[in-house]
Design a protein around this ligand. Structure first.
Ligand code: C5P
Length: 399
């Protein structure tokens, strides 16, 4: 996979907050992983975390006392304030339902939450809990509050839970957490000097002067991809269907409506770009004839549709050599990865980002699998911005 934690964690000062879940034992591996990446780590624990794992274990690995008791007389002054001033960022792993709810409510009654309140850099939560707890509305409200405050999430992922059941609630693996945290520190402008073309949103296929066929794409994934490319230094051409959101500042925006318009706009601009990322939900069909007058109401109506040009397949078929790097999306309701692999070969592209229709439309998060010639990388639940970075990590390594 493109990203390794060591790329941006060297010499970073990180607080790891451990709360009380069975996944607490994996926090030991996370702390080691961050240490291996060159970071300096301090650990804070909730009292219930110490029921699962001893503070001394973390003290042994980090060489500094793990902090559980804010009232410990050996800490001169306010240890949480000191840690907040010292740290570049904080990871909370595992983040239990209880810690998430208390954090969202602004509580600060233990070492983890008081320290969290004092952190100025990036904050990453790695939730771990039973799948019914994760799904609970109150918990999801808490997650949304924390996201709105700027916190990031990695996972949970689908898998075996402590109860023996399977479901969405398992903590992401330590290496995955470390990589997600490292990505929050990306300041490398690794796309500087590159031009990328991103398509986004739905297309609208006119039926008559007042009606069109379209789909529910919001454009958010494509806009996140454009935004992250801009942050990483690229010149970004954003070819976008009609959406209700603002494009990122700095993108060269080309607004289109139909698939034919999008096709023309992309073909006119694809020469000399380093990468094309097609997130647009291009309508597969358009009405065979465009009625110039509004169609009158009848008991039944049959619309003849013809196929639209497949823009991505055309780019794949006409490419000579390896430029531009081509990325497609595959949104399906079933057999997502298998269909994505089929698209990869059929459209002759380098990467297909596969996601399930229930995960990919509308919200701020996504659960995706990166499908490429070397295999599949299943990513846990992450924000669209995080997913965008994972895609650019992959692309940047191949430009
Ligand atoms: O074949 P399917 O529509 O599922 O493929 C999805 C991928 O192909 C997306 O990346 C989409 O932007 C692109 N596509 C395209 N032109 C079309 C249909 C899809 O570029 N007419």
């Amino acid at each position: 996979m493109g990203y390794t934690a060591s790329m941006s964690l060297a010499a970073k000062r990180i607080v790891v907050g451990v709360s009380g879940g069975i996944a607490a034992y994996k926090a030991v591996e996370l702390v080691r992983e961050l240490g291996r990446a060159g970071a300096e780590v301090r650990v804070v624990m909730t009292p219930s975390a110490t029921r699962f794992i001893g503070a001394i274990t973390f003290t042994g690995i980090t060489g500094k006392p793990a902090i559980v008791d804010l009232w410990d007389p050996s800490y001169a002054g306010e240890v949480h304030v000191e840690l907040g001033a010292w740290a570049d960022g904080m990871v909370i792993a595992p983040a239990t339902a209880n810690v998430l709810a208390r954090a969202a409510a602004g509580m600060s009654d233990d070492a983890v939450l008081t320290t969290l309140r004092c952190i100025e850099g990036p904050v990453l939560f790695a939730p771990a809990m039973h799948h019914r707890m994760w799904k609970a509305q109150s918990l999801q409200r808490a997650v949304n509050v924390l996201r709105a405050e700027g916190a990031q999430f990695v996972g949970p992922v689908h898998g075996k839970l402590a109860s023996g059941e399977e479901g969405m609630g398992r903590m992401s693996e330590p290496a995955e957490i470390a990589a997600a945290f490292a990505a929050l520190f990306i300041d490398a402008r690794d796309l500087a000097g590159r031009t990328v073309l991103v398509s986004a949103g739905p297309t609208q296929e006119d039926v008559d002067p007042v009606r069109f066929l379209s789909n529910r794409s919001t454009g958010r994934m494509g806009y996140a991809i454009a935004e992250r490319a801009l942050k990483r230094g690229a010149r970004v051409i954003l070819v976008t269907g009609p959406v209700a959101i603002e494009p990122p500042a700095g993108a060269e925006v080309v607004s289109v409506r139909s698939a034919s318009d999008m096709h023309a706009a992309i073909m006119a601009r694809q020469g000399n770009v380093d990468a094309v990322v097609m997130t647009a939900a291009v309508a597969d069909y358009r009405p065979a004839t465009l009625q110039t007058q509004k169609i009158k109401k009848t008991d039944t109506l049959t619309l003849d549709l013809v196929k639209n040009p497949d823009i991505l397949a055309e780019l794949g078929a006409s490419r000579v050599g390896t430029k531009p790097v081509l990325v497609g999306f595959a949104l399906e309701t079933n057999d997502v990865v298998a269909y994505a692999r089929d698209k990869l070969t059929r459209k002759k592209v380098d990467l297909v980002v596969a996601n399930h229709a229930s995960d990919g439309l509308g919200g701020d998060t996504n659960v995706a699998t990166l499908v490429h010639a070397d295999g599949d990388d299943a990513l846990g639940m992450m924000s669209k911005a995080q997913l965008a970075d994972r895609i650019w990590d992959w692309v940047a390594a191949r430009i």
